[in-house]
Every structure is written in C-alpha cells, then in structure tokens.
Design a protein around this ligand. Structure first.
Ligand code: BES
Ligand code: MN
Ligand code: ZN
Length: 502
C-alpha cells in the first residue's frame, strides 16, 4: 500500500473519507453546500451520528470523488493515538472490497490540530491502522472470491504541517505493519504447511537479508547433547524434528543482550491429554509466540535499533503416537531440574523452560521476555484485547504496559503472589508441569508463569501470555478475525523506547 502525505485533500483519489468530531458543527459547508445539507438531514433522520466509528456514505455532485464517506470521531477529549489507529482501520476496512482502491482522508489532520499528540506516534498509528486493516488471509480462496477482497492500493493522508517526524512515523509504522502482516500469514497458515523446518527456512531467509542478523540452529542431536529433555519429550510423538532457533540481531557494541523467547508449537493436539472438539481446531496458532519474536528481529534490523537481541524459538509439535510422551513420564530439563508430566497438554512451559534456561546460560541477557500462547485460563481472564503479563520486575512491567498502550497491542498484569510460588512443585520430582494444588486449574496463567520462573536465574524477566490476543474469533477495528500478530507491535514499541544510549 502506498501512503503519501499532502497539505490538502488529494482530488485524484477515488474515495474521500472525512472525519467529524461531535463538537464539529459546520458539516463541511465550505467544501460543499450540498454535502452539508445532506449531512444535516441524515443527522435529523438519525441515519448518521458523530459517534466514534459511525460512517455515512454518499455521492456528492460537484466533488471529484466517486464517493464521500463521513466517519464519526466521537468527542475530542476522548481521541487518542490508538483511536486514530482504529479510525484509519475503519476507513481501510470500509474501502477495501469496494470497486475503488485509492482514498484521500483528512482524519489525521483533524487529530493533529487538537495539538496534544506526538507527530511521530500519529504517523506510526496511521500507517499501522491502514496497513493492518488492509490484510486478509485469502490465498486459499478461488480467484473470484479473492477479487472481492481487493486490497487498497493508495492512501493520501492530509497533514498540513511541515514536521518531518510525522513522515518518519509513517515510515516506521509501515515497517512494523508490513512485518506484522507477514507474521499473521505464518500463524494463519495451517500446520501441514508450517512445521519446524518451514520456520527454520523463514528464519534463514531473514538472517540472509541483513548483515547483522545471524541464525544458529540446534537440531535434535544437539538438543540431546545439551540435555533439553523437556523440549525433546514434547516432540516425541511428532514426525517433524524438534529445533531450537536462535536468531541474533547485533545493533549495539555494548555486548549486552535482550532475549525474546517465543513458544513455537506448530500444532498442539494436547498429546495423550488430547484436546476435545472446539479446543483443538485452531491449534496451528500455537507457534504465534515464536513467529512474533522472529518478526520483531526483522523489524529491529529494518529500523536499525541500537540493541543486541536474540530471539529464541523452541519448535516442536505436540502429537500422539507410540513414541509420544505419557502422563506420569518424568523428564530432565536443561538446568537439571526433574519434571513430572502431570498433563501432556501443558507442553508450552516444557519447551519454554529449556529455551529460557539455555538462552540465559549462553547469552546472559539483562532482560528476557517470553511470549507464548500458554494458557486457556488467560483467554478466560482477559479475552482478546490484552495479553497477560507476569513479572517480578515492576520497572520492566511498567515499560511493557506503556508500549502496550502506545502500540494498541496491550498487556495487563497478573499478580505473581508469593502464595503461588510453590504451586508447581512436584511430589516425586522437582516440578510438575501441572499444578498439584487445589483442583489444579486455579490461577492457571499465573501458575504457568511460576513454572517458567524456576528456569530464570538472574535476568530481569517478563512472561507474556498471548493465548487470547494472538488469534481473534471476531473482527476488530483494524484487525480481521484470525491471526493478529500480537506481540510484534508490543515488543517493537518496547525496543524502540528502550534503545542503548551510545
Ligand atoms: N496452547 C494451549 C493454550 C491455548 C488455549 C492457547 C487456547 C490458545 C487458545 C496450551 O498448550 C494448553 O493446552 N494449556 C493448557 C494447560 C493446562 C493443561 C494446565 C490449558 O490452558 O488448558
Ligand atoms: Mn497444550
Ligand atoms: Zn500449547
């Protein structure tokens, strides 16, 4: 999608999208008397109000556009950067799939003149809202159906100010959104396409694109040699090989690392604790954490972030066959701890625990953040619109919350109370992968984090559960249902805000 900026409305575009705040009274009289009259009538008939997100579409004789669409922007005091992102999302959603592929809009300009937003943030939100909304996963549809989902080609954004930081924001927003959409493709692809070998190829391609990105791969024999028994146990029933990918980005000379660890279960059947119907169907998405950290490395390289990063992606498939792990089996993790398999469906923590311990030992990261579609309990607690965050480091948690608000890819903290810290202890082993206290499911997202915490020693660590946010069953303002790329914007904004000072 081509996004350009212009001081005035671009008359060469096919569609015009005009914003209206509730406080706006003149209904664009100076642009077109006819439009103003029709709008007043529409408002009287209650066919249009200026509530946020409402639209009214018309054709205005005398204006050069095929159609003019009015978009309600709500009350001025309620506008913020995420709402602007949503407004542009609504515009792209309304325009795509029509006969027309080019639009002009004044919505960003209307937000700019409110005066209290950072132009760069407005630029990022603009590009993200438009480009994320312009995404559909339609490659498996017949050609005529694909035609109906024709994406938008060009958008002219009115911005009547000379500030270059807005265009810089558009540029970084484009990079972030484009890669997010690429990651959404990976997550939407089925598990008979995306397996560990496929993801390795994608990582290899990314490493080949940038001189300061490097890929290391631990194959099955190396995983055995290193003693990653927890990860290996999960993959025992699969015919795809297990892998640990380490995708490094070198953007700073200070030698310090931030580690991003992403759960990469290419399909989660549940194993012998098999998932029932209605819970198993979307489990191709269980590698969304790994995909998101991989995307973040690509964005870091594109944006030339001043940071050293390593994305660790433990890749496995949780399947059943004669070799598969059983409930009651005991495995030994990379750090030497023994784990009883209380439930073969609690496999995410098993692949992550080895990846966390290995990454900390080999990279000594200052900060380690893991991203995982880890628990159904998180979907129950928070739904789609926030990931659950757990950390003992208040400062890191605060930084992630800020990145969540500015990116719209939100996180919400879950309490990591002392009372839970022994809930994952085993009876005949150091740990059990399923809580042995109470009924076993209480505070499931928190107890899963307790398990992971036993594999982190010194790093400032945060765990982010994206089970609900990674894959939506409903459409949003700028994300259609399906994979959302959750975590990509969150981590990108976090890293942009926390670069090394050198
Ligand atoms: N991948 C699932 C969690 C999940 C559920 C992700 C729904 C996305 C949507 C995870 O591996 C899992 O099965 N967790 C179990 C843990 C339990 C057995 C302790 C769960 O949440 O039921
Ligand atoms: Mn599972
Ligand atoms: Zn899983």
């Amino acid at each position: 999608m081509k996004i350009t900026t212009a001081a005035n409305l671009d008359k060469k575009q096919e569609l015009l999208f005009l914003g209206l705040f509730e406080e706006d009274k003149d209904n664009y009289k100076s642009l077109s008397e006819e439009l103003a009259k029709e709008l007043s009538e529409a408002q009287d008939r209650k066919a249009f109000s200026k509530k946020f997100g409402e639209t009214y579409s018309t054709k205005v004789e005398g204006l050069p556009y095929k159609k003019v669409v009015l978009l309600g922007l709500g009350a001025k005091k309620e506008m913020n950067v995420e709402k602007l992102r949503q407004a542009l999302g609504k515009i792209a959603m309304a325009a795509k799939g029509t006969l027309y592929t080019s639009i002009s809009t004044n919505v960003v300009e209307k937000v700019r003149v409110l005066g209290h937003f950072n132009p760069e943030m407005l630029g990022r939100a603009t590009a993200e809202g438009l480009m994320l909304a312009n995404y559909d996963f339609i490659k498996y549809l017949a050609k005529d159906k694909q035609e109906k989902n024709k994406p938008l080609e060009s958008v002219s954004v009115q911005w009547a100010d000379s500030s270059v930081s807005f265009t810089a924001g558009i540029t970084s927003g484009k990079i972030i959104a484009e890669t997010t959409n690429f990651i959404r493709d990976l997550v939407n692809e089925p598990a008979n396409v995306v397996n560990s070998e496929y993801l390795e190829k994608v990582a290899k391609r990314i490493a080949g694109e940038y001189h300061n990105v490097k890929l290391k791969v631990l194959d099955k024999s190396e995983l055995q040699k290193e003693g990653m028994g927890a990860l290996l146990g999960v993959n025992a029933g699969s015919k795809s090989p297990p892998k640990l990918l380490l995708l490094e980005y070198h953007g700073s000379k200070n030698g310090k690392y931030t580690a991003l660890v992403g759960k990469g279960i290419t399909f989660d059947s549940g194993g012998y604790n098999l998932k029932p119907t209605r819970y198993i169907e979307d489990m191709k998405t269980d590698m969304a954490g790994a995909a998101a950290v991989m995307g973040t490395i690509k964005i870091a390289a594109e944006l030339k972030l001043k940071k050293n990063l390593v994305a660790a992606m433990p890749l496995c498939e949780n399947m059943v066959d004669a070799n598969a792990q059983r409930p009651g089996d005991i495995v030994k993790a990379y750090n030497g701890k023994t784990i009883e398999i209380g439930n073969t469906d609690a496999e995410g923590r098993l692949v992550l625990c080895d990846a966390l311990a290995y990454t900390e030992k080999n990279y000594a990261p200052e900060v380690m953040i893991d991203l995982a579609t880890l628990t159904g309990a998180c979907v129950v607690a928070l739904g789609y619109y926030a990931a659950g965050a757990v950390s003992k480091d208040e400062e890191l948690l605060q930084k992630l919350k800020i990145a969540g608000v500015s990116s719209g890819d939100k996180v919400w903290p879950l309490p990591f109370y002392d009372e839970y810290q022994d809930w994952m202890d085993g009876t005949i082993t150091d740990l059990n992968n399923n809580s042995q206290k109470g009924k076993g499911y209480e505070a499931g997202s928190i107890t899963a984090a307790v398990f992971l915490s036993k594999f982190v020693e010194k790093a400032k660590w945060a765990h982010i559960d994206i089970a609900g946010s990674a894959y939506w069953m409903v459409d949003g303002a700028y994300l259609v249902k399906g994979a959302t790329g959750s975590g990509v914007r969150l981590l990108s904004y976090y890293l942009l805000d926390n670069q090394e000072k050198e």
